[in-house]
Design a protein around this ligand. Structure first.
Ligand SMILES: Cc1cc2nc3c(=O)[nH]c(=O)nc-3n(C[C@H](O)[C@H](O)[C@H](O)COP(=O)(O)OP(=O)(O)OC[C@H]3O[C@@H](n4cnc5c(N)ncnc54)[C@H](O)[C@@H]3O)c2cc1C
Ligand SMILES: *[C@@H]1O[C@H](CO)[C@@H](O)[C@H](O)[C@H]1NC(C)=O
Ligand SMILES: *[C@@H]1O[C@H](CO)[C@@H](O)[C@H](O)[C@H]1NC(C)=O
Ligand SMILES: *[C@@H]1O[C@H](CO)[C@@H](O)[C@H](O)[C@H]1NC(C)=O
Ligand SMILES: *[C@@H]1O[C@H](CO)[C@@H](O)[C@H](O)[C@H]1NC(C)=O
Ligand SMILES: *[C@@H]1O[C@H](CO)[C@@H](O)[C@H](O)[C@H]1NC(C)=O
Ligand SMILES: *[C@@H]1O[C@H](CO)[C@@H](O)[C@H](O)[C@H]1NC(C)=O
Length: 517
């Protein structure tokens, strides 16, 4: 049986005809989706949804269930530990389909969740059971006449946007990894290589086309639903589905970025972190040094038992200017290093964050923990490092998949925005600390992995004893406190919850670090 509604003209006719016939037979002239839901569907019938919903959707949409050849691809996730129960996938062909799908779900008491690139990290999405709204086909990008902004559809992602704009002479704020969506990061802030110059992804959002929980399609910007505009720039995953959005774009200014990657052995750890702290000057990182990110990880051809310090710098400009700033790091002798000047779209791959790189691949299971920090605490970093080598001696199976990410960006444009102006609460934080332990299914001790992750978080927290823990919503694993994610000032969660009562009173959007349980 053909279980698809990815319709050509002929199958559309057949299916539409069938739906019409049923309506006539039933003798009802009120469309079913305007009637109150008579019952809750425990198990969704794929064929029934195809028959009822399929004819209402655009001709490039598709509805399919687990037996369809496309299902595995559509529901595959970066983190295989996460287990949302996707009973059925509705792949959206046009923006207008989203509202129709939500209306249908509401009428039939079906829970729904928007998915774009499937890179969510938080365990909270595992509580989902229902219909996945797949936004992946919504990839249009439309640069506006004034060349100051572009309209992008809700299924666009980093690599696509970077490549498209660069070729035409522009850049925009995106995440650093080419594989992640624009709205997944953007609705929670969005850190990336252009944030020092232009701010977070969310700071660059001008307007959003949103489908709310009640299926209404509305515009959200500074003049239309401004209260929701505040909330969706920082806590947006909890409020609606963005079918398209208007984002600022910027002239690209330079033809190449300079990159310089270093591998250091552990005896250089103190020197490296002291140099990094001096370089960052507690929030005054040179603005063109768009990114510096590093990790502790095993490099097998150097050592199987001792993690290396692997660091990469990316500079929006020529080698000579960048290398002047990098002198303190060049003075620390490296096991290996490489540098060069390339067009911006190539930087992602050269720093391990390209579409084809390991970081971007789907399907491993992850344990982990995360925290923001203001400066690097050198004592804590030494403790983290030593623990790494001890753990992999105990659990050699963890060696290949463990990495301690330390992300640093420049902060100038992020700090320049009034923190009260959006729901993003962490403008005063400078570094993203992220321990990731990737495991192949079946070959690991889950308890030992999560135990290690908890120890790491404790060390990072003890390393900033006078500060409350702060968590980036898009890095949260799901067990962090809501205050650490959405902000410690009580007014923030209060405001979010009152907007939730207004825009999503039934809490339909509750799978991504929800603040109403
Ligand atoms: C390898 C990797 C690299 C990362 N790098 C960065 C980075 O450089 N910078 C950064 O800021 N973050 C980064 N993140 C975190 C990233 O922001 C989140 O994981 C984000 O949720 C991924 O979005 P997605 O579309 O890829 O995943 P999905 O799982 O498809 O989406 C995540 C959630 O976002 C919501 N969502 C997605 N699209 C829409 C939409 N159009 N409308 C409404 N809701 C939507 C849904 O609630 C969904 O559950 C990274 C994550 C990973 C795994
Ligand atoms: C699909 O619909 C569009 C209008 O939305 C139309 O232009 C196109 O011809 C249709 N394609 C098919 C195969 O029916
Ligand atoms: C699904 O298939 C498409 C096309 O083959 C591919 O580009 C995409 O990466 C796949 N998605 C996943 C999640 O594997
Ligand atoms: C907000 O959206 C409305 C409706 O589309 C539009 O008229 C208005 O110009 C937009 N405002 C801004 C600041 O973009
Ligand atoms: C860093 O700056 C913040 C204010 O932005 C200040 O509170 C903090 O004490 C500074 N920390 C260091 C180590 O200089
Ligand atoms: C280790 O291997 C990687 C690729 O696997 C290579 O790029 C690198 O140069 C090697 N390093 C050394 C020190 O041999
Ligand atoms: C750095 O971490 C150590 C170990 O947890 C802690 O004792 C010390 O107070 C921290 N230093 C600062 C400046 O916070």
């Amino acid at each position: 049986m053909n279980s698809t509604t990815s319709m050509n003209r002929f199958s559309c006719l057949a299916i539409c005809g069938l739906a019409l016939l049923q309506t006539l037979v039933a003798g009802i002239n009120v469309p079913y989706y305007f009637q109150p839901a008579p019952f809750t569907r425990r198990d969704l019938s794929v064929t029934k949804v195809q028959r009822e919903l399929g004819p209402l959707l655009s001709n490039t949409s598709a509805i399919f269930g687990p037996s369809d050849a496309r299902y595995d691809n559509a529901t595959e996730r970066w983190d295989a530990f996460l287990t949302p129960d996707v009973e059925i996938v509705a792949r959206v062909g046009q923006e207008s389909d989203v509202s129709i799908i939500v209306k249908y779900c509401n009428a039939n008491s079906i829970d729904f969740m928007a998915v774009n690139r499937g890179h969510a990290i938080t365990s909270t999405i595992s509580s989902f059971k229902g219909l996945q709204i797949d936004l992946g086909l919504l990839q249009a990008i439309d640069i506006q006449l004034d060349a100051k902004s572009a309209w992008l559809q809700g299924g666009t992602y980093g690599g696509l946007v970077v490549d498209y704009l660069w070729d035409k002479g522009y850049v925009a704020t995106t995440g650093s990894c080419a594989c992640i969506g624009l709205m997944g990061p953007g609705l929670g802030g969005g850190h990336g290589r252009y944030q020092g110059l232009y701010g977070l992804v969310s700071d660059n959002i001008i307007s959003l086309n949103v489908v709310l929980a009640d299926a209404s399609a509305i515009t959200v910007n500074s003049t239309s639903n401004p209260d929701l505009f505040w909330a969706m720039r920082g806590a947006g995953h909890n409020f609606g589905i963005v079918t398209s959005f208007q984002l600022q774009i910027h002239p690209r200014l330079v033809d190449t970025w300079h990159y310089h990657n270093y591998v250091w052995t552990q005896d250089k750890l103190e020197q490296v972190f002291e140099a990094l702290n001096a370089f960052h000057g507690n929030g005054t990182t040179p603005v063109l040094m768009g990114s510096n990110a590093g990790q502790f990880a095993i490099v097998p051809n150097i050592s199987e038992t001792e993690a290396m310090l692997i660091w990469g710098f990316g500079y929006a400009g020529p080698a000579a200017d960048a290398e002047k700033l990098l002198e303190p790091f060049n003075a620390i002798s490296a096991v290996s290093e490489e540098s060069g000047d390339v067009p911006f779209p190539e930087i992602a791959h050269l720093q391990g964050t390209g579409l084809e790189d390991a970081t971007c691949q789907d399907g491993s299971s992850y344990a982990g923990s995360t925290l923001y920090s203001l400066v690097y605490n050198v004592t804590a970093e030494r403790q983290i490092y030593n623990l790494f080598n001890e753990k992999i001696a105990l659990y050699p199976e963890f060696a290949a998949g463990a990495s301690f990410l330390h992300e640093g960006y420049s902060d100038q444009a992020v700090v320049a925005v009034d923190p009260a102006s959006s729901a993003f609460p962490h403008r005063d934080e400078h570094h993203l600390l992220y321990f990731l332990l990737a495991m192949d299914k079946g070959s690991y001790s889950t308890d030992a992995a999560w135990q290690w992750a908890a120890e790491v978080r404790d060390i990072w927290a003890a390393g900033q004893p006078t500060r409350l823990p702060a968590t980036y919503v898009n890095y949260a694993l799901g067990s962090e406190s809501l205050e650490s994610i959405y902000g410690d000032e009580p007014w923030r969660l209060e405001r979010l919850r009152s907007l939730k009562a207004k825009y999503d009173p039934d809490n339909r959007f509750r799978y991504y670090n929800p603040f109403v349980l």
